[in-house]
Design a protein around this ligand. Structure first.
Ligand SMILES: [Zn+2]
Length: 244
């Protein structure tokens, strides 16, 4: 057992037994962990309102393999502006569920920590923009090493710049040229170029998709993410219900 202080986002919270909660957190220092918060259910004294989904916390943690113990939590921010809007709550929950489901336990990933922090700050500070969700997803795939191949045909390796009849193939995890891709979803070269730019800049607000590009980019990203999931995301159903 090792006592550590760390920064973390709450990815998920569930009741455990009569009095306790188990919290899934994504820490800057140690990656994704699960922690037992004793008496968090019975008394709010110890953890206050800290153990809320997507809150950013400073934590005192006794680290163990499997299940760590939360000894204390201070709130850095609960992102109050996100919590005022159902659609924003849906997006924040979706981002956290993606991290929870796609990231292996106990692997530090500072770039991913910064990406999640930047997205939640963007949602908290600005109007919700559907481009931001797609920007987050594209960069999430990149940071995790699942970046779809968009520059060259995933089957024959032809350069795709300005090529006509591009198609996206989830099984190739990338774009196919007109010769190789007969069945995949068509995608405009401009949409592919915007997705590439999104993964190059890394700053929210730099890339905006038009409604048509958003639909194409969305289908591509949804399929690229679904390849790495074994069951559907709960938060995606909620996002669809809220019309986001
Ligand atoms: Zn090809």
């Amino acid at each position: 057992m090792q006592n550590v202080q760390c920064e973390a986002f709450v990815l998920g919270v569930m009741d455990y037994g009569e009095a306790d909660k188990i919290v899934t957190i994504f820490t800057r220092e140690h990656g994704k962990l699960r922690g037992l918060a004793r008496s968090a259910k019975r008394s709010r004294k110890r953890f206050g309102g800290a153990l809320e989904p997507f809150a950013r916390l400073s934590l005192q943690l006794a680290m163990k393999d499997g299940l760590s113990t939360l000894n204390g939590a201070d709130i850095v921010t609960v992102f109050p502006n996100i919590r005022r809007e159902l659609v924003k709550i849906g997006h924040a929950a979706y981002a956290c569920e993606l991290v929870e489901r796609l990231v292996p336990e106990a692997e530090q990933n500072n770039r991913l920590f910064r990406l999640l922090a930047a997205y939640l700050e963007q949602l908290d500070r600005f109007e919700n923009d559907p481009s931001d969700r797609r920007f987050f997803e594209a960069n999430l795939l990149k940071v995790l090493g699942y970046q779809p191949a968009l520059g060259r045909c995933a089957a024959c390796d032809t350069e795709l710049a300005d090529a006509p009849d591009l198609r996206f193939s989830p099984s190739f995890a990338g774009l196919l040229c007109g010769k190789c891709g007969k069945t995949g979803k068509p995608i405009a070269a401009q949409t592919a170029a915007l997705l590439n730019r999104a993964m190059d800049t890394g700053r929210f607000g730099q890339v905006r998709f038009s409604p048509g590009e958003l639909a194409e980019a969305g289908e591509l990203l949804d399929a690229a993410i679904a390849c790495h999931l074994t069951r559907p995301l709960k938060s995606l159903a909620f996002l669809r219900e809220t019309g986001a």
